[in-house]
Design a protein around this ligand. Structure first.
Ligand SMILES: O=C(O)C(=O)C[C@H](O)[C@H](O)COP(=O)(O)O
Length: 221
């Protein structure tokens, strides 16, 4: 059986990712442990200046959070993270995700996403991963786990052979290194969870989350 043609071209999906990242600069990686945290947590991030959220499917509330945010916070761009296979991709799409992020790649997931109308940011940690995606038209990747995969030096080096490729480094990114990442011409935004300390969430310390977010964005001005 042959696949139908993609309804949205790779070039259009790259453009969507670029505009989302240029606006957001930081993509917070959110894991919802309690349903009641969904809206106050998103509101704290938005008040801190963020415009796009990656909600992981690591917890039982991930899909629900995506649905709730699409319905109740349409001004935010909401995507799904920790998407590990085709079934999770379909579930994330059905919940209303506007983009998908994965920690790694499988051929099946990369192929499935070519035929999806929403963009995928596949997680890679080396040149071989980029090449797997490159052949299918992918030009934007998450570098994960960024710090232990070579960090700033790795992204600089990957810029040699992959001139058209841009990255969202995630994993070990925080206030101490965010500026060095964002200074690279092949970095479009960074991802991370440092502004979402589980203790702050547990205690409902939304002001702290807002402040930590705003402080990180201020470093980039
Ligand atoms: O769940 C996924 O899809 C991931 O790829 C992992 C997350 O992006 C990192 O866990 C965030 O990294 P930290 O900011 O160091 O916490």
């Amino acid at each position: 059986m042959t696949n139908p043609s993609p309804t949205v071209s790779m070039a259009d999906k790259v453009a969507l990712i670029d505009s989302l990242c240029a606006k957001a600069r930081i993509l917070p990686v959110i894991t919802i442990a309690r349903e009641q945290d969904i809206l106050p947590l998103a509101d704290a991030l938005a008040a801190g200046g963020l415009t796009a959220l990656e909600v992981t499917l690591r917890s039982q509330f991930g899909l629900k959070a995506i649905q709730v945010l699409r319905e109740q916070r349409p001004e935010l761009v909401t995507g799904a993270g920790t998407v590990l296979d085709r079934h999770m991709l379909e579930a994330a799409e059905a919940a209303g995700s506007q983009f998908i992020v994965t920690p790694g790649i499988t051929r099946d997931l990369l192929e499935a996403s070519v035929y999806s109308s929403i963009p995928l940011l596949p997680g890679i940690s080396n040149a071989s991963g980029i090449m797997e995606g490159y052949g299918l038209g992918y030009r934007r990747f998450k570098l994960f786990p960024a710090e232990v995969s070579g960090g700033v030096a790795a992204i600089k080096a990957l810029g040699g052979p992959f001139g058209e490729v841009k990255f969202c480094p995630t994993g070990g990114v925080g206030p101490a290194n965010i500026k060095s990442y964002m200074a690279l011409k092949n970095v479009m935004c960074v991802g991370g969870s440092w502004m979402l300390d589980p203790e702050w969430i547990k205690n409902g310390d939304w002001a702290r989350i807002q402040e930590c977010t705003a402080e990180a964005l201020a470093l980039l001005d």
